[in-house]
Design a protein around this ligand. Sequence first.
Ligand SMILES: NC(=O)c1ccc[n+]([C@@H]2O[C@H](COP(=O)([O-])OP(=O)(O)OC[C@H]3O[C@@H](n4cnc5c(N)ncnc54)[C@H](OP(=O)(O)O)[C@@H]3O)[C@@H](O)[C@H]2O)c1
Length: 269
Amino acid sequence: MDLKNTKIAIIGGGNIGGAIVKGLLRSGEVPASNITITRRNISRITEFSDLGVKTMEDNNLAVSTSDIIILAVLPSQLMGIVDSLKDSIKKEKHIVVSVVTAFNLQEIGQRLEAGVPVVRVMPNTAAAVGESMTCLCANPEHQESLEKVKSVFDKIGSTLIIAENMMSSATILGACGIAFFMRYIRAASQGGIQVGFHAADAQLIAAQTARGATSLLLESGNHPEREIDKVTTPMGCTIAGLNEMEHNGLSSALIKGIVLSYNELNKLK
Ligand SMILES: NC(=O)c1ccc[n+]([C@@H]2O[C@H](COP(=O)([O-])OP(=O)(O)OC[C@H]3O[C@@H](n4cnc5c(N)ncnc54)[C@H](OP(=O)(O)O)[C@@H]3O)[C@@H](O)[C@H]2O)c1
C-alpha cells in the first residue's frame, strides 16, 4: 500500500497513540502532513505539531480528512467516541482500526454505518522505536482492509494476523509483555549494581544483553533452551545462578503472571 497517499488519524494521542505516531514518523514512509492526532488537551501533543503532524481536538474533522482512523482511547471512552463519529465515518472512504482492549469487531461495527471495515489491532509501545509486536484481526469480508492496515503496522515492527478469539492472549503476551520484560531488565540491573556496576552501566549491560538474547532467537528460530545450553558450562556459575532463579520460581512466576493478567483482562468484559 502506498502510504505516501494515505491519510491516518489517531483518535486519542496518549501512550499508544503517541507511540504509533512516533514509529510512523521514524519509518520515513508516512509524511508527517498525512498524520492527524487528536486529544482533548492538545497542549500535551505539541511535540507532534512541531514535527508537522496535524494536532486537533475535533475528532470529526480528523476523520473527515483521513482514510484510516485509529481509535486509541481508553476502553471506557471508546463507545462514546464511536457514537460521536458515526455520521462522519463512511464505508466507501474509511477503515476503522481499534487498538482498544476488550471491545470486539461486532461491538464496534454495529455502532457504525453497515459495511464500514473494522480492524482490531494490538500493538505495543515499542512502536515508538519501530519494534512493535502487532497482532491484527478482521472479519472475512474485510480482509483487504486488514492487509492495508497490516502494511501500516509493518512499518513500525513485526505483525501477525490472528483469529479474533486470540486478541486477549495477544494483549497479555505482546502489549503487557513490554512491562514484564522491563521488570526483568530492572531486576537484572539491580543485580548488576550489587556485583559492582554503576546504575547506568548495569542498565546498559542488562538491556543490550536482553536485546542480544532476543536477536539470537528471532534470527535462528532456535528454542531458548538450545541457546541456554551454549552458555551453561557443566558445574559452572551460569547454571548455578539459573537453577537458583528457578528454585525461587522464575519460570513459574512469569507463567502465573501471564495467566493471571489474562484472567483479569477477561473480567473486564
Ligand atoms: N499503553 C499500551 O501499551 C497499549 C498497548 C496496546 C493497546 N492499548 C490500548 O490503547 C488504548 C489507549 O491506551 P493508552 O495507554 O494510550 O491510554 P492513554 O495514555 O490514557 O491515552 C488515551 C488518550 O485518549 C485521549 N482521549 C480521551 N478522550 C478523548 C476524546 N474524546 N477525543 C480525543 N482524545 C481523547 C486522552 O487524552 P485527553 O484526555 O487529553 O483527551 C489520552 O491521550 C487502551 O484502550 C488500551 O487498551 C494500550
